[in-house]
Write a protein that binds this ligand. Structure first.
Ligand code: SF4
Length: 341
């Protein structure tokens, strides 16, 4: 039988492993630190553990991470990393530059089953869920092998896949990313983006405290049904009720992502409808102009249309940010990741 990967284990699971080997429970915290803070890739490096403990662990588990196949740079500074997984599949992550820091956009699935019409990842379908080690491994490898690594301050789970369709592995990965013994990110710096899986949104709010972004993209059910099949199962009323119930400590706000597509959802009437729809929800809106990809029938709206749309939301007292599309020349922008480099 194949040995499990220790990077797929939570602190509790490593504690159970260590105690089953007859060793002290607190050693698990040391192991986590070796893995995530000192970047150990073998048990031999874990010199705070006895030689016997190290060889006992080596008998039970392996240490494995995805490998970086190649990194592409966009003219605007965005970088896209292509990762090879142990079974030969490829996934992608994106590094997005900010003023003083970088944001890592990580994948949670190889492909995606949600079928959003405007998304290249969705067109390819789902191959499989990523393991916790494959989600955190994108971050650990980027941190270790890119110049920008030490300056990655934010993580968005917005790459390939629907994070909440891979719920258990995503939550476990977030727990490792935010653990004091793991990667030590503040949960305020982590955002989960979903197309609107309502039961999982409710569960997430109870299980962990991270920022939530909803990929909305239409101001009514008729158009959202057409663009995002998930809406037929969880229509806007149900989705927005879950959003209202999502726990948001302090001054945090929900984010609604709205991809503007020419002639589809970008009229002044649509902006007014959207403003009415989100009334009473503590939120901000990220307006993203569609990133065209080969074979896509949707078109990018004009700058004038986009500005007019934004202005209506500002006039309704929303925080509506026009997100510059980044990395589209290397197919690294929203909805363009395909795992093919
Ligand atoms: S937009 Fe997100 S949820 Fe929709 S198909 Fe693409 S990756 Fe999946």
């Amino acid at each position: 039988m194949e040995k499990p990967n220790i990077r797929d284990m939570s602190l509790k699971e490593i504690e159970a492993l260590i105690t089953s080997l007859g060793k002290e429970q607190y050693r698990a915290r040391q192991v986590m630190k070796w893995l995530y803070q000192k970047d150990a890739t073998s048990f031999a490096e874990m010199t705070t553990l006895s030689r016997e403990s190290r060889s006992l662990m080596e008998e039970k588990v392996i240490i494995a991470e995805p490998t970086i196949d190649r990194i592409q740079s966009s003219a605007d500074g965005t970088k896209k990393a292509l990762f090879r997984l142990a079974d030969g599949l490829f996934i992608e992550s994106v590094l997005i530059p900010g003023r003083n820091h970088w944001t890592a956009c990580l994948s949670t699935q190889a492909g995606c089953a949600m079928g959003c019409l405007f998304c290249l990842t969705g067109r390819r379908g789902l191959t499989r869920n990523l393991l916790p080690s494959e989600i955190t491994g994108q971050m650990t490898m980027l941190r270790r092998h890119t110049q920008e690594g030490p300056d990655i301050k934010n993580i968005v789970l917005m790459g390939m896949g629907e994070p909440l369709a891979n719920y258990d592995h995503t939550v476990k990965a977030i727990r490792i990313l935010t653990s004091d013994y793991g990667l030590g990110f503040s949960n305020r710096k982590i955002t989960v983006s979903t197309c609107g899986l309502v039961p999982q949104i409710l569960r997430l709010g109870q299980d962990i405290c991270v920022n939530l972004a909803i990929s909305l993209n239409a101001p009514d059910d008729r158009r959202r049904n057409d663009l995002m099949p998930v809406n037929r199962k969880y229509p806007l009323k149900t989705l927005l009720s879950a959003c209202r119930d999502y726990p948001m400590p302090g001054r945090r706000m929900l984010t609604f992502e709205y991809i503007l597509m020419s002639g589809i959802n970008d009229s002044p009437e649509d902006a007014k409808k959207l403003a009415r729809l989100l009334k009473g929800i503590r939120c901000k809106l990220n307006l993203i102009t569609l990133n065209e990809f080969p074979g896509s029938s949707f078109r990018t709206p004009s700058k004038v249309t986009v500005r007019a749309f934004q202005q209506i939301l500002l006039d309704h007292h929303y925080t509506a940010i026009l997100r510059a599309s980044r990395g589209s020349d290397i197919l690294a922008a929203c909805g363009q990741l395909s795992g093919t480099g």
